[in-house]
Design a protein around this ligand. Sequence first.
Ligand code: IMP
Length: 434
Amino acid sequence: MSNVVVVGAQWGDEGKGRIVDWLAEQADLVVRYNGGHNAGHTLVVNGQTYKLALLPSGIVRGKPGLIGNGVALDPEALLAEIDRMAALGIRVTPDVLQIAETATLVLPVHRAIDAAQERLRAQPIGTTLRGIGPAYEDKVGRRGLRVCDLAEPQLLAQKLDGLLAHHNAWFRGLGLEPFPRDAMLNDLLAMAPRILPFVGRVWERLDRAHASGQRTVFEGSQAVMLDVDWGSYPYVTSSTTLAAGVASGAGIAPSRIGQVLGVSKVYATRVGEGPFTSEVGGATGDLLRQRGAEYGVNTGRPRRCGWLDTVQLRQSCKVAGIDLLALTKLDVLDGFESVYLCTGYELDGQRIDYMPSASAEQQRLRPVLKRFDGWEGTTRGIRSYGELPSQAATLIEAIQQEVGVEVSMITTGPERDDAIVLRSPFAHTGGAAV
Ligand code: IMP
């Protein structure tokens, strides 16, 4: 199978970046197909931490990366990230990065709209305030600016006028100042010469990669529970986070998508608002947050923590077509006397084994928890399944059984090699399952 899609199977922040980094070693290309700099992918390489938001995670090891048309691209954020990488010794040049001509631009006005919309909402979503949602709204509203527009200054100005006419009517209606045009246009024109050398036909590059049998990793951002259709709407992001988004967000045939690797922590976190049935407060929640360093990569927000919800995970695997699971951060559970899985829900006194779609029902769910013995000692850095404490192995096997998807990898620390690899998603056969 020459393509692997990496998808977050919970609410984001599952550790996709390091899984992509690991897969990138076995691949020729890494491709982003959704989201924007609302994403935060952390990699630790030889003790150095790299925080990526827009750049495909293979870039740290010099693997060529593509940014597909499905990405919402903030040119200012991209250039700042390229500069940050340069300061760490990673040169991002057009030889290693190509950006789709038709990717949607995220503009300063989108950030202003994002903030205003959040202020106006009776129940805020807790967005990253990066302007991602409003940029996608403009895309489907057919007034958005695209990367290729940077090459046409006159057209760019005209399109910007159209976009601002729409939004400034809204700002004025709310009694807010209209958003100024000139600084935004001048900044775009000033950034264009740095961005345009990266711009190209991503679909064609992918077609050539396929024809020559190259291996491609598609790097999903956010996660199934944040998908605009399948997540806990309206507490979601504004893109298709599932593997289904690869075909339209990068430009390949659905039949070429290949293996889908879902990534899940062995516990659960969520950042932002919205239902989270297995959330744990108090000292246990604080301990998970502290041990797992659960703070947003980009926003620094403390993440809400809880136990792994196998009902959510099973359902997410089904709708997202997840073939294999990578379980991350096992070492965070070291030293807990008891650990729990949420294996069912109670809704209005009835036991159910699926996540209902309606937000109001999701909010009323009560978790049915199953207790497991914790373990003494540490799993940190363990690389062989046989070395796991028996209680940790029991937990992994229970997760696999509840979810019904093969576990192909377990991470036991932040470095790339702190992992137990049972089966590479690139492998057709071989390798033992748990
Ligand atoms: P937006 O994508 O900024 O519009 O935010 C919508 C929701 O998705 C909020 O709950 C955010 O916290 C969440 N979100 C967006 N990107 C990420 C991510 O990369 N990790 C975790 N949560 C995210």
